[in-house]
Design a protein around this ligand. Structure first.
Ligand code: IP8
Length: 253
């Protein structure tokens, strides 16, 4: 059976305007939807990835660390990584409270980027966890990068890497909006080329986002070998039940 990869956007589970502030209600609702889907048997092999929100992005922007501009200062790396581990612990606890057998995978200790920015992150631990009935929970992080110290690794890049490595057949990104929106704020049902949505895709709407918002997401997902869905928090259950809520992004699969 092929796994499903679900990303919980950092803006969904945190209050992005206040440093290191969880959106506990939103995280509870997401954890409820995941636990219900697993209990119903809608999904058996599930990988969760979460973004940084006001945890990672706040520290990354203070340290001036982005996906391409790094820092060789261990204190910067630990500041960002530590905040992400705190958020990861919140996510894990909310899942554990609902009986979801979630285990953390911290990308800083699981991969690296070369001087061209290419990521090498084998997912043998996640694959084995899935086989043993666990739910691996990865997160945006900092990652050692040749010539840069550490750079930011976005949850979206982890999603595409995990989906390719684990041959996921379903990929979903839960965002604060109900899909990729056009200029009139209507959900674009399907995107198969960046140009389909280029006009509508600005940067992220929150200042402290160092990984580029919806435009970067769409580019990443177009490169994926499987169709991906972008949807809002109310549609986590529908996605896990096999539906395609929000926007479906299909590259050359
Ligand atoms: O929120 C970025 O992950 P994202 C994580 O998925 C950090 O872009 C460390 C800023």
């Amino acid at each position: 059976m092929s796994p499903t990869v679900l990303k919980l956007g950092g803006s969904v589970i945190t209050d992005k305007d206040r440093a290191e502030t969880l959106d506990g209600e939103a995280l509870d609702a997401a954890a409820d939807a995941i636990a219900d889907a697993m209990e119903r048997g809608d999904v058996s092999e599930l990988v969760i990835v979460h973004g940084g929100g006001s945890f990672g992005h706040h520290h990354a922007s203070e340290a001036g660390v982005t996906t391409t501009d790094g820092s060789a200062d261990a204190a910067d790396a630990i500041g960002i990584h530590g905040a992400m581990k705190t958020l990861n612990q919140f996510v894990l606890s909310r899942l554990h409270e609902r009986g979801v057998p979630a285990l953390p995978v911290h990308p800083l200790s699981a991969g690296a980027r070369d001087a061209d920015g290419d990521l090498d992150m084998p997912m043998t631990q996640a694959a084995t966890m899935l086989g043993e009935g666990f739910v691996p929970v990865l997160h945006g992080d900092v990652i050692a990068t040749e010539g840069e110290g550490v750079t930011v690794l976005s949850g979206d890049e982890i999603v595409t890497t995990a989906a390719a490595y684990l041959s996921a057949d379903r990929v979903g990104l839960c965002s604060t909006v109900p899909g990729v929106l056009d200029a009139d704020d209507e959900v674009i049902p399907e995107i198969s080329a960046f140009e389909d949505a280029a006009d509508a895709l600005g940067g992220s709407d929150a200042d402290a986002d160092v990984t580029g918002g919806m435009a970067a997401k769409v580019r990443e997902l177009l490169d994926l070998g499987a169709p991906a869905s972008v949807f809002g928090p109310d549609d986590i259950g529908a996605f896990l039940a096999g539906e395609r809520p929000g926007t479906t992004i299909r590259g050359d699969d």
